[in-house]
Design a protein around this ligand. Structure first.
Ligand SMILES: Cc1ncc(COP(=O)(O)O)c(C=O)c1O
Length: 396
């Protein structure tokens, strides 16, 4: 039997690399004074300026700290000079584990959430107001939130995030430094994102992003930072990037990441529409299974990433569903790729109080701007067969 071509629906884990034509060989050390080094330095500056511009930090290349990926970007900002970090229970491990490093981590509070993955604003407001009793002198406080959740696709609204930021400013003693960090790793290429004074994230000070989530290369990510003063280096070495992130900059990776980002963001509106169409088609295929309770959709129904569909299947194992689709060369996942070796239920699903019968049956289907309608049709056909089989088994 001939193998069908791969239909790839795991774009939240990583994306298919996009071909872009690159400038001539870029290999000199950007810190070397000779021509080859200066050639690299020029490309690095152009690429960082382009990335800064695309995220609304117009002509501020120094706001772009080149790091290895989203994990390092978030580690860096969370390990800054903070007295307190407010975050959520639904963060990626890159945040949760950093906050658990007792030796280095500041005090932290995890804000409560609703079952749809949105922050519970009334309960969080009460928690924030209670800080008035605790802090009498100016403090450094970071609000760090996963903007688009990697497992359930929920997007925290800008209005809610701004409200929490304003509440912190109103509660903490005058002179306190309140900063906002968004883990925007799953947002780029799916949601418009601008840190500009008139942008949708004007009140945000830092974002973590990772190029392999937008069809760029693996091993390069960026911490976009409006103000480096609270940041500490995680590594010690040379004076690159002001000593904040020493090590020779991987110029070719940065250039490639910036070119792909430019392409992806200039096609965002069309891509979002196409991905929404795919998601709606897959959701329709699930409809009979949703109405009889076999499938439970997870995350928020409307505040969610257009490319993302997540659900749990009753009394099933997500890994069996993934394997069944995999036999037809269709790639989906059960949640976060970073925790896929764990047999424990996802901390995000637990935080969303997903009923026990569904907890192990998580499936995540994420498309990209490269996904085709033919791939979606094939996925739906196979998914219906797999779910009908599971349903039949649990009825018998
Ligand atoms: C929301 C989120 N944050 C952080 C990361 C870590 O990014 P990276 O793999 O680039 O270190 C991921 C990766 O899946 C993610 O989905």
């Amino acid at each position: 039997m001939t193998q069908q071509p791969l239909a790839y629906f795991d774009n939240a884990a990583s994306t298919q690399p996009m071909h872009v034509s690159m400038p001539d060989a870029i290999w000199g050390n950007a810190n070397s004074p000779h021509g080859q080094g200066q050639h690299s330095k020029h490309y690095l500056l152009v690429a960082k300026t382009s990335i800064a511009n695309l995220f609304g930090m117009t002509n501020q290349p120094d706001s772009v700290l080149c790091v290895s990926g989203g994990t390092e970007a978030s580690n860096m900002v969370l390990s800054g000079k903070w007295d307190l970090v407010l975050s959520t229970q639904m963060e990626h491990e890159a945040t949760l584990r950093t906050l658990k490093q007792k030796a280095t981590a500041p005090a932290s509070i995890l804000l409560p959430n609703n079952t749809d993955g949105c922050i519970d604003i009334p309960a969080s407001t009460v928690l924030i107001r209670n800080l008035k009793q605790k802090y009498k002198k100016p403090v450094g406080v970071l609000l760090s939130v996963i903007w688009v959740n990697n497992e359930i696709g929920t997007i925290q609204t800008e209005a809610d995030l701004l409200l929490l930021y304003n509440e912190l400013n109103a509660t903490l003693p005058p002179g306190s430094k309140v900063r906002v960090h968004l883990d925007a790793v799953q947002a780029v290429g799916h949601v418009p994102l601008s840190l500009a004074p008139n942008g949708n994230l004007h009140f945000v000070h830092y974002i973590s992003v990772s190029a392999h989530k937008w069809h760029g290369p693996m091993g390069i990510g960026f911490l976009i930072s409006k103000d480096h003063t609270a940041l500490n280096p995680l590594l010690y070495g040379g004076s690159q990037q002001g000593g904040l992130r020493p090590g020779t900059e991987p110029v070719a990776l940065v250039v490639r990441a910036s070119l792909v980002l430019h392409y992806v963001l200039s096609h965002l509106a069309d891509a979002e529409r196409a991905m929404q169409k795919h998601t709606t088609t897959i959701r329709r295929a699930l409809e009979p299974f949703i109405s009889n309770g076999t499938v439970l959709l997870t995350g928020h129904s409307t505040h969610r990433s257009a490319n993302h569909l997540s659900f749990c299947v009753k009394n099933a194992e997500g890994k069996d569903i993934i394997a069944a689709l995999g036999r037809c060369n269709i790639a989906v996942s059960s949640g976060s790729a970073c925790t896929s070796n764990s047999n424990l239920p996802s901390h995000v699903l637990l935080a969303c109080k997903i009923p026990a019968a569904y907890l192990y049956g998580a499936v995540r289907i994420t498309s990209s701007m490269m996904t085709t309608t033919a791939e979606v049709t094939r996925l739906c056909r196979v998914l219906i067969l797999v779910l009908s089989h599971i349903q039949g088994k649990s009825l018998s």
